[in-house]
Ligand binder design. Structure first.
Ligand code: CDP
Length: 202
């Protein structure tokens, strides 16, 4: 039987941690859909055409550790405004969502466009300052040299690009449960998400 959990929200709000924990708790598979756009963005940085890269995407492209860099995140949000690139990635995401045994997908448009019929929908957010703090610490721990101010400016620019684009803009689905993690610990945020999914399973 399939059961889809859609988790959307802006950069560094805690979607990744929450999605991994929810998937583990319920024994569901997890797809970080940001990696699809990051993999296409990384190929574009190396000179590829965005649509060709999206059409030729292979599972092993998603495991490259360089996908987590700051430069690739910006390239991802630039290819993500292209409607043809987004279309090319839909079928893979939908079939993942409907796999047997349950699936968690996290991204920007899962509850609105990719899986509007998802059984559980969450929109995870936090203030730009808190998100920039978290992302800055994460990038420093990966050895990237970057200032907090630069990370904050990029988070804000990416939020704007993601929410103002014409195709599949980042927006909470009307039936999504909102989780603001600004003042929550990781454990609190994960517990809130698990509660919401458990309620939807009843
Ligand atoms: O990890 P972080 O939240 O910083 O970003 P991500 O989820 O890896 O996504 C990188 C970029 O891909 C985002 O800024 C979006 O522009 C794009 N994206 C999207 O458009 N739709 C999705 N479902 C997932 C990501």
């Amino acid at each position: 039987m399939s059961f889809t959990v859609a988790i959307d929200g802006p950069a560094a709000a805690g979607k990744g941690t929450i999605s991994t924990a929810v998937a583990q708790y319920f024994g569901f598979a997890h797809l970080d859909t940001g990696l699809l756009y990051r993999a296409v963005g990384a190929k574009v940085l190396k000179g590829a055409d965005a649509l060709e890269a999206a059409n030729a995407l292979q599972p092993e492209d998603l495991t490259d550790p360089n996908l987590r860099t700051h430069a690739v995140a910006q390239a991802a949000s630039q290819v993500a405004v292209k409607a043809d690139v987004r279309d090319a990635l839909i079928a893979f995401q939908r079939s993942f969502a409907r796999r047997d045994g349950g699936a968690v997908l996290d991204g920007r448009d899962i509850g609105t466009v990719i899986c509007p019929d998802a059984e559980a929908k969450l929109f995870v957010t936090a203030s730009p300052a808190r998100r920039a703090e978290r992302r800055h610490a994460e990038l420093l721990s990966r050895g990237e040299e970057i200032s907090y101010d630069q990370v904050l400016a990029d988070v804000v620019a990416r939020d704007r690009r993601d929410s103002e684009r014409a195709t599949a803009p980042m927006i909470a689905a009307q039936d999504a449960q909102l989780i603001d993690t600004s003042d929550m610990s990781i454990d609190q945020a994960v517990a809130a998400a698990i509660r919401a999914v458990a309620d939807a399973r009843r």
